[in-house]
Design a protein around this ligand. Structure first.
Ligand SMILES: NC(=O)c1ccc[n+]([C@@H]2O[C@H](COP(=O)([O-])OP(=O)(O)OC[C@H]3O[C@@H](n4cnc5c(N)ncnc54)[C@H](O)[C@@H]3O)[C@@H](O)[C@H]2O)c1
Length: 545
């Protein structure tokens, strides 16, 4: 029994031919959605477009998909734009694994020209420019499918074999991808439970699985290193594995030097791939190595901590610390792919999971009021509810993806991602890191909301609202430690200062944050004074220095 298989993709990528070959080879039924619609209407797609308009066609398409509910052991070829409808997509995804066929604009235009059938969206004999523009407009939808086969240089038979191999090795993974724009052409963050077992086929599908070095820390290596290695080797990759001691103290140039030497020993060349498997420390250090070794290798981020999943794996910032300060050496290195498997959160220490939630709340406050409402209603999922985590992570990643897509080089809008962080960094610094990053961000979010109210940007109740949600998630909203004046001195040494006045990212409301550059020191001191509570014990974490 094979079950269903769904083949989707742009017109001209070969959906019908590939689906029909697989159906014949595996003895399954073929369901061609366009054929069904045409048969039902007694008219061609082009005629339906002419008489009922695109809306009429889409209505018929939606109805045809909803009738697929009882289909078994079939290969289903969708229409080129069926998946743009959320409801149809959900139905089709519930039927079986979905493989999206992609092809270059030249290949698509060539195939359409060879096939004289009238295409309702493009007309007959569309030129290359029109095909390119259509692909451009639709790319984010096609990119959101994890399983992809590029049919540009393949015959239909070769593509069919590739589709079957991909589904066999990775088909059970329920994942979807968030596209991230970048100056290097963009990449996808694929989020789904079970993906750690499918790293090999997923990398192989995008041509990154020839020679691979997994860079990880000793904690994560012991838990997931073998699994990732096994999957890559199964996909035919020559794979090496390099670990360094876990923790922020390893994020330095000496580790970077050790990693370069390990890559030399592993025989990595310029066509090889670095897989950064771990939390933000691994992502930053391995990313920097991938940016600089041989002037740059392909990089795949595989985040395993919540912070790395929702924050550091997306956006392309990499780097290490110097004795003089954090992240002082680095590079922009946008990954080629991010693979996020929330089932790894099962083993994450509880305080790391709780700390990571502060970044999730930050993302929600910046750009997703509905996510914040969900966190308020339901709190954080249990650690083993990987599918629930996947939904939260996707939303948080989407917020970051939107912002870094607008400002990949951090020249403008991207500064809003620092919401709560000016306070947090000062707290961490002034307490010698006895307050961990997540709790510090939590206090920082409340401080930003209070400062916003005090300076007239936000309503008074925003800080109260955020505070309730954060406390419910197990995060602090007050701090014990240095006097407000000492914290402000620490902020003044921070880079986010402009001509005497302090600058802060402040929330006017949930989903509406902006940089405010003229905040008076006295207001900051007043807010910190309100939040300082010597009775609230700072979480004790070992001092990394
Ligand atoms: N590049 C960026 O844009 C960016 C953004 C935010 C933070 N950062 C950086 O990220 C770093 C913090 O990242 P972090 O919080 O992930 O710290 P981390 O990488 O040190 O991970 C925290 C701990 O959890 C362990 N761990 C990770 N995944 C695990 C899993 N699935 N199961 C069990 N243990 C696991 C690690 O071994 C480590 O001991 C900082 O260095 C910070 O500067 C970078």
């Amino acid at each position: 029994v094979f079950g269903n298989l769904v083949v989707t993709g742009m017109m001209g990528t070969g959906k019908s031919a590939v689906a029909s070959l697989i159906a014949t080879e595996t003895g399954r039924d073929l369901v061609d959605l366009d054929d069904r619609i045409e048969a039902g209407a007694g008219a061609s797609a082009a005629e339906i477009f002419a008489s009922e308009g695109e809306d009429g066609f889409r209505d018929r398409e939606r109805a045809a998909v909803s009738e697929l509910g009882r289909v078994r052991d079939s290969v289903i070829a969708t229409g080129g734009w069926t998946m743009a409808d959320d409801e149809s997509r959900a139905t089709l995804e519930s039927l079986g694994p979905v493989v999206c066929l992609v092809a270059s604009a030249e290949a698509v235009a060539g195939r359409l020209a060879a096939d004289a059938r009238e295409r309702p969206v493009l007309g007959s004999a569309p030129d290359l420019a029109r095909v390119e523009s259509l692909i451009g407009r639709r790319r984010s939808t096609y990119d959101s499918f994890v399983l992809q086969v590029d049919t540009t240089a393949r015959t239909a038979r070769e593509s069919a074999a590739e589709v079957q191999a991909l589904v066999e090795s990775a088909g059970s993974v329920a994942a979807s991808a968030i596209p991230v724009a970048s100056p290097t052409g963009g990449y996808r963050d694929v989020v789904g439970s079970g993906l750690l077992d499918a790293i090999g086929p997923v990398l192989s599908a995008v041509g990154l699985a020839e020679r691979v070095a997994i860079v990880t820390d000793d904690n994560v290596n012991a838990l997931y290193g073998a699994k990732a290695m096994h999957s890559l080797e199964g996909a035919g990759a020559v794979t090496a594995r390099v670990e360094f001691p876990a923790g922020e103290a390893s994020k330095n140039l000496s580790t970077v030097g050790d990693l370069y030497n390990a890559l030399v020993a592993a025989g990595l060349d310029r066509t090889s791939t670095v897989v950064a498997l771990g939390g933000g420390v691994v992502g930053d250090a391995a990313g920097f190595v991938a940016a600089t070794y041989l002037r740059g290798l392909s990089l795949v981020q595989v985040p395993t901590s919540l912070l790395a999943m929702v924050d550091s794996s997306v956006g392309g910032k990499t780097g290490v610390n110097l004795p003089a300060g954090k992240n002082l050496v680095g590079a922009f290195k946008h990954p080629d792919l991010v693979i996020t498997d929330p089932s790894a959160l099962r083993t994450l220490p509880p305080e790391e999971l709780t700390g990571g939630m502060a970044e999730v709340v930050k993302a929600a406050v910046i750009g997703d009021p509905e996510l914040l409402a969900q966190l308020e209603d339901r709190g954080a999922p249990d650690r083993d509810r990987a599918d629930d985590w996947a939904r939260i992570i996707r939303r948080a990643v989407a917020v970051k993806a939107q912002i870094v897509g607008e400002d990949p080089g951090e020249l403008g809008r991207r500064v809003v991602l620092n919401l709560g962080h000016t306070f947090a960094h000062a707290l961490e610094h002034a307490t010698g890191h006895r307050i961990a990053h997540g709790p510090a961000v939590s206090v920082g979010l409340v401080a930003a909301a209070r400062l916003a109210a005090r300076t007239g940007y936000a309503q008074e109740d925003l800080a109260e609202h955020l505070g309730r949600i954060l406390r419910h998630l197990g995060l602090p909203t007050r701090y014990a430690g240095p006097e407000p004046e000492a914290l402000v001195r620490s902020m003044q040494a921070d880079k986010k200062r402009e001509r005497g006045n302090l600058r802060f990212v402040l929330p006017a409301a949930v989903g509406d944050v902006a940089l405010v550059t003229d905040v008076a020191e006295s207001d900051v001191i007043a807010v910190l004074g309100e939040l300082r509570d010597p009775a609230s014990m700072p979480p004790t974490v070992p001092d990394p220095e």
